[in-house]
Design a protein around this ligand. Structure first.
Ligand code: PLP
Length: 412
């Protein structure tokens, strides 16, 4: 089944169409992933720590899953820790590095202004404990340079944490270069690769990554499972004190079914990166080209150094939430960088970090394409979205002022 399109046979009505274009928010669990998980609910339900055969039957797949995840990242199995989500992996990595740094008199962290809140709020919590955090600007193209990272390092820097790919605007950071700079200066380097795994080639050794966070639900595994890679030799305090699971660092009976599902998903995603890119990039670029034709529309982030499926735009004189609601009425699931789930009326910190004025950031739209999207989905979005924007603008006092030239934004 293609979850993105539930169009009834022979029915041309647009309202029947469903286009799921929010794969950066989460993805559908794939049939292969689900199949691989089911035995661990039905037959192989033993506790992997139990010595009898039903327990040991769950232990072997758990360790095989660890090896699979490690292999996909170019790591060793004993460098992989299973967690409950990307947020947990980020917290564990950053707080561990901070704690280890403090023991050596290092209390400075370098990050960027447009990280996911899992990183930003962790850094802010550490600031309250006395850490100094440098939030590097990411410029209009949504990219930070390795030179800027290097310039921010001091002899008190304990950690550099910079995301591999941004979740809103999809921009890819120069991770290998940043990794090289950090290694050269002997500073730990963590990357939040939640959006990047399975989309771009990652090799933690070649790219000098000391710690990496990932999350299952972005790549067709279930929600509630993630992993943290930690290079052997890096000090990692316990996350959960308890039993001997995860080499004693994260107690708690393992979520075997989800761990196996994560491994299935990563094996599938990481062995088909080239095919995924070859399929998604032309679809992404066609969508970008089509939406660029809309008057006063602006692509957010670098046109090329971005995730294969990410399309992020701002439309002047349009309110993001209204756009999402009208898209939803037409069967299209998308997301906006403004207001968002927090219920706050502030525009997204990511869009502000790339220098967009508040009013423009409020008119943002993220379409994130994935494995189940088709060219027909792109056609449908290009058919439905422009009239929605026209309709919203016809009701917008802001748009009237923009058209009269009373409000001018210099963005491109
Ligand atoms: N980091 C990034 C870049 C993300 O996009 C997300 C989720 O949207 C997370 C971290 C958090 O992952 P999880 O939902 O698994 O906690």
């Amino acid at each position: 089944m293609n979850p993105s399109n539930h169009k009834k046979e022979g029915s041309p009505e647009p309202m029947d169409r469903k286009v799921y274009a929010d794969n950066a928010a989460t993805t559908a669990v794939s049939p292969q992933v689900l199949e691989s998980m089911l035995p661990f609910y039905r037959e192989i339900y033993g506790n992997p720590s139990s010595l009898y055969s039903l327990g040991q039957a769950a232990r072997a797949p758990l360790e095989e899953a660890r090896a699979t995840v490690a292999q996909a990242l170019g790591a060793k199995p004993n460098e992989i820790y299973f967690t409950s989500c990307g947020t947990e992996s980020d917290n564990w990595a950053i707080k561990s590095a901070a704690k280890a740094g403090l023991k050596k008199g290092k209390n400075h962290i370098v990050t960027t202004a447009f990280e996911h809140h899992a990183v930003l709020h962790t850094c802010q919590a550490l600031e309250k404990e006395g850490f100094t955090v440098t939030y590097l600007p990411v410029h209009r193209n949504g990219i930070v340079s390795a030179q800027e990272v290097e310039a921010a390092l001091t002899d008190r820097t304990a950690l550099v944490t910079i995301m591999y790919a941004n979740n809103e605007i999809g921009t890819l950071q120069p991770i290998p270069e940043i990794g090289a700079v950090c290694r050269q200066h002997g500073v730990l380097f963590h990357t939040d690769a939640v959006q990047a795994v399975g989309q771009v080639e990652i090799d933690v050794k070649a790219q000098n990554i000391d710690m990496l966070s990932l999350s299952g639900h972005k790549l067709h595994a279930p929600k509630g499972i993630g992993a943290l890679y930690v290079r052997s030799g890096v000090v990692l305090p316990n996350f959960l004190d308890g039993g001997a699971q995860e080499r004693g660092k994260r107690g708690g009976t393992e979520n075997v079914a989800s761990i196996v599902g994560l491994a299935t998903a990563i094996r599938e995603a990481c062995s088909t990166i080239a095919q995924r890119q070859a399929r998604l990039i032309p679809m992404r670029d066609r969508l970008i080209a089509g939406l660029s034709k809309i008057d006063r529309s602006h692509l957010n982030g670098d046109p090329e150094k971005r995730l294969p499926g990410n399309v992020s735009f701002c439309f002047e004189g349009v309110e993001g939430e209204s756009m999402l609601l009208l898209l939803d009425l037409n069967g299209i699931s998308a997301s906006s960088g403004s207001a968002c789930t927090s219920g706050s009326l502030d525009p997204s910190h990511v869009l502000l970090a790339i220098g967009l004025p508040h009013e423009v950031a409020h008119g943002s739209l993220r379409l994130s394409l994935g494995d189940y999207n088709t060219e027909a989905d792109v056609d449908y979005i290009l058919e439905v979205l422009p009239p929605i924007i026209d309709r919203l603008r016809s009701m917008s006092p802001l748009w009237e002022r923009i058209q009269k030239g009373e409000l001018v934004y210099h963005l491109d």
